[in-house]
Design a protein around this ligand. Structure first.
Ligand code: SF4
Length: 297
């Protein structure tokens, strides 16, 4: 458990010591786990490697999930990019494909890093690793970014459970988006203020996002949502670097998210009883899968 209760507290501590947020956070982690800062960073590198491995494996596979709903979308993007067709840059292409690759590995039961959850595991790696490749950044910069991202997730979780079943998808993919935005700003040399501002901008834009997985599976809309929110994270970082400020401070945004989560109907909290899960098509898919799987058992 973090001793810093909110973003303001860690920001003030970092400012008073003239340090970056990740430096405060890794020092704190070292103290509570009774290991050195270097050992903390080595642990983060293990996660970084797992993220890179998931992307590598995901880029190679077209294997569909058991439901058949997802699994080959990364391959479709790669096919398009093979012929040089794209609306945006190579980095943008990588962000999209890495998000799909990671999420598709998740639905194949491959090894991923929950950041903060398995359903939102594609956003942080896609943004951080794709952007690091485009900047030829050393792994130490990625570690700084991941510690920053992890700190953002931890501080939100002080007030709000990071689970779709508790507060909707705003607390899974939404928080992942904020983590990626803040981590990216760190990796690109931003200030602590710019980091928290990027996270705030990202969080504000996803407030109220419901959790409505079709057939109760972490596939639709989850996989594609990761790709969309990875791009949103980059937008938040870009706005922050431009000096575009969130009018509402990040701690107040988290309070508002908590309130929205509490008022959200249970139908939109992973129960598959509302939203996309209960559309005509969503219900047909659920019925088909239920019949198929009950016949197999
Ligand atoms: S829709 Fe629900 S299950 Fe899917 S990623 Fe979001 S919170 Fe997780």
């Amino acid at each position: 458990m973090m001793k810093y209760k909110d973003f303001q507290e860690i920001f003030e501590e970092a400012s008073s010591k003239n340090k970056k947020i990740y430096e405060i956070s890794e020092q704190h982690e070292a103290e509570i786990t009774e290991i050195s800062v270097q050992e903390v960073r080595e642990k983060v590198k293990i996660n970084l490697k797992a993220m890179k491995d998931a992307i590598k494996q995901g880029l190679k596979s077209k294997e569909k999930s058991m439901s058949g709903m997802c699994g080959d979308d990364c391959a479709k993007l790669l096919e398009r990019y093979k012929y040089g067709e794209s609306l945006f840059s190579e980095t943008y292409q990588k962000i999209l494909t890495y998000a799909f690759a990671t999420m598709e590995q998740n639905l194949r039961m491959g090894k991923i890093v929950a950041c903060p959850t398995a359903g939102s595991c594609g956003i942080v790696p896609a943004v951080i690793i794709a952007m690091a490749e485009s900047r030829d950044a050393d792994d130490e910069f990625l570690v700084n970014a991941l510690i920053t991202a992890g700190t953002i997730g931890q501080l939100v979780s002080n007030k709000l459970a990071l689970a779709g079943a508790v507060a909707g998808c705003q607390s899974e993919c939404g928080v992942a988006c904020a983590m990626a935005a803040g981590g990216l700003v760190e990796m690109c040399g931003g200030t602590n203020e710019q980091i928290l501002n990027a996270a705030a901008l990202a969080l504000k834009n996803i407030m109220g996002l419901v959790c409505d997985p079709v057939a109760g599976l972490v596939e639709v809309p989850c996989v594609k949502r990761n790709a969309f929110l990875a791009i949103q994270a980059v937008t938040a970082a870009e706005l922050s670097f431009a000096g575009i400020k969130s009018v509402i401070p990040i701690d107040e945004i988290v309070d508002a998210m908590k309130q929205v989560g509490e008022l959200m109907s249970p139908k939109f909290k992973e129960s598959a009883e509302g939203g996309l899960a209960t559309t005509k098509t969503g219900l047909e898919i659920t019925e088909k899968l239920t019949n198929e799987w009950s016949l197999e058992n």
